[in-house]
Design a protein around this ligand. Structure first.
Ligand SMILES: [Zn+2]
Ligand SMILES: [Zn+2]
Length: 261
């Protein structure tokens, strides 16, 4: 059933996907030492701030009933954000864009023609970019814990629960996505979370990997994929953008999929 992830259509006859795909090899070689350094810094900073904020949130726990709805709202926001960013990078832009294209669009193109490459990425490459995104809000939260009065922190507590759940799930999105592509050697607790649909389940994410990759973009919990598909959310957004800009959705993605030499 792994064959269902193969892109259909043009490019037939040559290597259709996987690390030997000509496009995949070219994209893998564009991963640079500077990019690696940015990812290392991001991961270290981000995880230090997460630990710091977690301890401070715990120490306030006795002040406030733990706000479950804030947590759920934070997780839903993270899932939607993952869908929006993933949809944006899959559908628009190009690897040829200066700086941005090579650093942030390249991984999305690589992922469609070589979906298992992500399972060979180590912790730093998997999580570096998302850590970079959450450093500033986490640092802001840490700064507030250090400078605000207990009364002010008490007031902000539900908001901080929301922001913390959002930051945690945004940070872990790529790790969760990587697990959804891993079929061997996953820890028992990870498959348990997948089976309970607390994180993106493997079968659920396979729906996105059917060419031309036009639905099920949310990759954190995947909770919003079904409702957004029912609403035709991504389709409508694409029609709107195409009517305004004249750009064709997924033009660059299709170009890489068709590369044979
Ligand atoms: Zn995709
Ligand atoms: Zn995927």
């Amino acid at each position: 059933r792994a064959g269902s992830e193969q892109p259909q259509g043009p490019g037939r006859g040559a290597v259709r996907w996987g690390p030997q795909h000509a496009g995949a090899r070219e994209l893998a070689n564009l991963y640079s030492p500077g990019k690696r350094c940015q990812e290392w810094l991001s991961v270290i900073l981000c995880f230090s701030l997460m630990a710091f904020n977690f301890i401070h949130l715990l120490s306030c726990l006795f002040l406030h009933f733990f706000s479950l709805s804030s947590l759920v709202a934070g997780i839903l926001t993270a899932d939607f954000a993952s869908g929006l960013v993933h949809w944006g990078a899959d559908t628009w832009g190009s690897v040829d864009l200066p700086v941005f294209g090579k650093a942030f669009i390249r991984p999305f193109r690589e992922h469609h023609i070589d979906p298992t490459a992500i399972t060979r990425h180590d912790f730093i490459e998997t999580n570096g970019d998302n850590c970079m995104l959450t450093i500033v809000p986490l640092a802001n939260m840490a700064f507030n814990f250090l400078t605000l009065s207990p009364a002010e922190i008490y007031q902000l507590y539900p908001l901080y629960c929301y922001l913390f759940a959002l930051a945690i799930f945004v940070t872990l999105t790529n790790q969760i996505h990587k697990w959804s592509h891993t079929y061997f050697g996953l820890p028992r607790w990870v498959t348990f979370l997948q089976d309970c649909h607390i994180i993106l389940p493997r079968k659920h994410h396979r729906i996105h990997h059917v060419s031309p990759h036009e639905t099920y973009f949310c990759i954190t919990t995947g909770w919003l994929n079904y409702p957004l598909e029912k609403l035709g959310f991504w389709r409508n957004l694409e029609d709107l953008i195409q009517s305004v800009t004249g750009e064709k959705p997924r033009a660059d993605d299709l170009k890489w999929a068709q590369k044979v030499k």
